[in-house]
Design a protein around this ligand. Sequence first.
Ligand SMILES: C[S@@+](CC[C@H](N)C(=O)[O-])C[C@H]1O[C@@H](n2cnc3c(N)ncnc32)[C@H](O)[C@@H]1O
Length: 231
Amino acid sequence: MNANISSASPSGPAGSESNQVIHPIADPVNWEARYVIGDTPWDKGCAAPPLTEFLAIHPVTGRVLVPGCGPGHDVRAISSQTARGVEVTGLDLSETALRIARGFSPAGSETYELGDLFQLPAAWEGRFDWVFEHTCFCAIPPERRADYVLAISRVLKPGGNYLAIFFLDPGVEKGPPHGVTREEISGLFDPDLELLEEWIPEKAFAGREGQELCQIRRKAVEAVRLKTEGC
Ligand SMILES: C[S@@+](CC[C@H](N)C(=O)[O-])C[C@H]1O[C@@H](n2cnc3c(N)ncnc32)[C@H](O)[C@@H]1O
C-alpha cells in the first residue's frame, strides 16, 4: 500500500435529502426491515479490519463518503482521524441503521444522511475527496453495478480517490452478499476510475479471510474536462 494519495481541505457539511426511492431495477432486499428485526449478520460491531489497517498507514483527508454505511463503524473509524481534517458522511437508505449509527458517541464531525446511492442530490456532484466502499457494492443487485460506478464517479471530485474492500467470494449461492471477480471489477471501474493499487488485506473479519480485495482508484481529471466539452 504505497499509492501516492492526494488530499484536500474539508469544508461545509453535505446537504440532507429525503428518501423517496424509485428503482428502475428493484432491490429485493428490504434493508430497513432487516435492521428493524435485528437480522444484520454483516454488523460485526467494529470497523472493517482492512480499513483500520489502511488508516494506520495512510491519511484519508477532506470530504469522505461512505455509501451503505449501516451502523457507521467505518464512518467513525475514518472520522476519528480528526487531526487530519476529515469530514465524513455516512449514507444509507435505512432509517433504523442511521438511528443506530447516531446512537454511538461521535468520533469526530461525522454526519449521516438518509438516501439512495442511485438517487443522489445534484449538489453532491464532484463533492467528495474520497469514497470508501465496504459491503455496499456486494449488497446491491448485480444488475445495478454500472449505476453504482456512475454514482461513485459522479460524487468524486476530479482526482478524488475511491478506496474499496471488495467481497470476492462470499460463499453463498444466492446473495446478497453478491460476489465479484477481479476481472468484473476491472471491466466496470477501469473506464472511470484508474486503478492505482490493489492488495489482499492481511486482516479480515472471521470468515472473510482471503476473500477480500482492496483497491485504490482515482477519478481522472482529464475525463471530466472532456465530458464537459461534450466530446
Ligand atoms: C450488507 S449491509 C452493510 C452495512 C455496513 N457497510 C456494514 O458493513 O456494517 C449493506 C448496507 O447498504 C445499504 N444500502 C443498500 N442499498 C443501498 C442504496 N441503494 N443506497 C444506500 N444504501 C444502500 C443497506 O441499507 C445496508 O445498510
